[in-house]
Design a protein around this ligand. Structure first.
Ligand code: PHE
Length: 345
């Protein structure tokens, strides 16, 4: 009997040596020490022994049992340590590897430019207004003092939708709407940015769709000097403090007098370079005093008040400010171009 116990012990120890994982160890434990295992079986067999034999046998079995339990516990510790070391090795993170770069989007240069212009005028107390891109002939032309037979209505220039609707050709359409909406209530002091459309062939300086920002101020005693001061303030803010503004006589049906506005060249400071084509000045916008007929058509008494209006090309200013040489860059979505405006990099 005692031999049998000894054999069992050796066999278990041998098998324990080959155990490699916590799972195998557990299986071995169940196999030898479990309820249906050989140790238990020996215990059960004790009842067949004589009274004298029993104590010594019981003790021997118990010794083997606790011996095996202890060995298995030791093995468990070793295996667990081994397994932990293996897991740590496998799951090791190399914190010196460079991380993945998160792609950060950025605002489109035209949005940046438009927001900058808006901020400047909001700072001077202007409101920002909008209007529809599909516009009535009435607001785009009629109310802007452009009668039926005016050349600006030529099919060459305008995308008509039907006899009375078109894609607005200028933000002056928002101006005439706003004049009407004011319902005689003054002062009016607003800017109206938005897309406009013209039947132009696209080239480096023309696009069939571009962005304008109209400015409109109507109140008592508004003069051309107010217009000039306002535009000079804008020019200084956008293109630099040394910027100057000059007016040249021009014609628009909706302003009288009308002016073409030049800003001193910010590249050469007025000396003459290839950006200003040697003149020292760059033409940037059209403006003027709101034509009395335009005020009257909107129900505003032109004998009591006056106003100025201007229409600035947002792409034009952006091209000057950012040094962009082709208006098509704004629309062709070349990410290499767009990314140069990423302020986060
Ligand atoms: N609407 C004119 C244009 O598109 C610009 C302008 C606006 C001129 C307001 C005078 C006053 O060219």
């Amino acid at each position: 009997m005692v031999n049998k116990i000894q054999e069992l012990k050796e066999k278990a120890l041998k098998e324990l040596e080959t155990v490699n994982s916590a799972k195998e160890l557990q299986d071995l434990k169940v196999l030898y020490l479990g309820k249906k295992g050989p140790i238990q079986e020996l215990m059960m067999g004790m009842k067949d022994l004589s009274k004298e034999e029993r104590p010594a046998f019981g003790q021997a079995v118990n010794e083997v049992k606790s011996f095996l339990e202890q060995k298995m516990e030791e093995a468990r510790k070793v295996i667990e340590e081994k397994e932990l070391a293996l897991r740590l090795e496998n799951e090791k993170i190399d914190i010196t590897l460079p991380g993945f770069k998160m792609e950060q989007g950025n605002l489109h240069p035209l949005t940046l430019m438009q927001r900058e212009l808006e901020d400047i005028f909001i700072g001077m107390g202007y409101t920002v207004e909008e209007g529809p891109e599909v516009e009535y002939d009435l607001y785009n032309f009629e109310r802007a003092n452009i009668p039926q037979d005016h050349p600006a209505r030529d099919m060459q220039d305008t995308f008509y939708i039907n006899a009375e609707k078109l894609l607005r050709t200028h933000t002056t359409a928002i101006q005439t709407r706003q004049l009407e909406a004011a319902n005689g209530k003054l002062p009016i002091k607003m800017i109206c940015p938005g897309k406009v459309y013209r039947r132009d062939d696209d080239d480096a300086t023309h696009s069939h769709q571009f962005t304008q920002m109209e400015g409109l101020v109507v109140a008592e005693n508004i003069t051309l000097a107010d217009l000039k001061g306002t535009l000079e303030f804008m020019a200084k803010k956008v293109l630099g403090e040394s910027s100057k503004v000059r007016f040249r006589p021009s014609f628009f049906p909706f302003t009288e007098p009308s002016v073409e506005v030049d800003i001193s060249c910010h590249m050469c400071g007025g000396k003459g370079c290839n950006v200003c084509k040697g003149t020292g000045w760059i033409e940037v916008l059209g403006a003027g005093m709101v034509h009395p007929d335009v005020l009257e058509m909107a129900g505003i008494d032109s004998s009591k008040c006056s106003g100025f209006a201007f229409g600035v090309g947002v792409e034009r200013i952006a091209m000057l400010k950012y040094g962009v040489d082709d208006i098509r860059h704004f629309y062709t979505d070349d990410v290499r171009f767009l990314k140069t405006f990423n302020r986060f990099e």
